[in-house]
Design a protein around this ligand. Structure first.
Ligand code: C5P
Length: 220
């Protein structure tokens, strides 16, 4: 029952790398960022005003969310509907920090995340606070970092399909603002004690996957 915790900023490649590591090791995969995104979509619909912290927290506590744990199809279901695409829209991405900085929301989602991790029977869980708060006793804890330049290039490729100067500029604001907002409630750019840093700035996808697998091999 291996638990692997992976944290990192947006554009570090942690989602695609974590999924691939889960696939190769035959583990479940938990995308905790998708839970904050789902909470944002839910609160946008149920409350509207995301600055109303008590009402947003109350809505999130009642949120009927089911997380798919298959790394090949990590489907997110909200109230019976597949919202895997809806939680990736700009409307959600630009607002998610408002919900993620609501401490009562974090308490609720962390409780659900611990429950999922405990019940998964071996999992790669990725996010911002998994190595430090959600699963500090995980068997393997990795902080996946990358230079700002590399992160912007990757996010630009993800969102716009290209990484020319214009596309990177269009991405810069959103990525850096989100990291800044997120940093107000959690530290995820510096590795905590016992957490192994993997810097993917100069690594391609396969090399990054292997670097994480090498960390796993050291402890297992
Ligand atoms: O990883 P992703 O970019 O999908 O995460 C979306 C947002 O969810 C982050 O910007 C952050 O605000 C929030 N988040 C968090 N804690 C986590 C995972 C994500 O606050 N463990």
């Amino acid at each position: 029952m291996l638990t692997i915790a992976v944290d990192g900023p947006s554009g570090s490649g942690k989602s695609s790398v974590s999924k691939e590591v889960a696939r190769r090791l035959g583990l479940a995969y938990l995308d905790t960022g998708a839970m904050y995104r789902a909470a944002t979509l839910w609160a946008q619909r149920a409350v509207g005003d995301l600055t109303d912290q008590p009402r947003v927290a109350e809505a999130v506590r009642a949120m009927p969310l089911v997380m798919g744990l298959d790394p090949d199809a990590p489907i997110v279901t909200l109230d019976g509907a597949d919202v895997s695409a809806a939680i990736r829209t700009t409307e959600v991405s630009t607002e998610v920090s408002k919900v993620a900085t609501n401490l009562a929301v974090r308490d609720e989602l962390r409780r659900r995340q611990r429950e999922i991790i405990t019940g998964a029977g071996g999992v790669v869980a990725e996010g911002r606070d998994i190595t430090t708060v959600v699963a500090p006793d995980a068997d393997v804890r990795v902080l996946l970092t990358a230079s700002e330049e590399a992160r912007l290039r990757r996010r630009s490729l993800d969102v716009h399909g290209v990484a020319d100067a214009d596309a990177v500029e269009a991405t810069r604001d959103q990525v850096l603002r989100r990291d800044r907002d997120d940093s107000t409630v959690m530290e995820f750019q510096v590795a905590a004690d016992g957490v192994v840093t993997v810097d993917s700035s100069d690594l391609d996808f396969e090399q990054t996957v292997r670097a994480v697998l090498a960390v796993v091999a050291q402890v297992t």
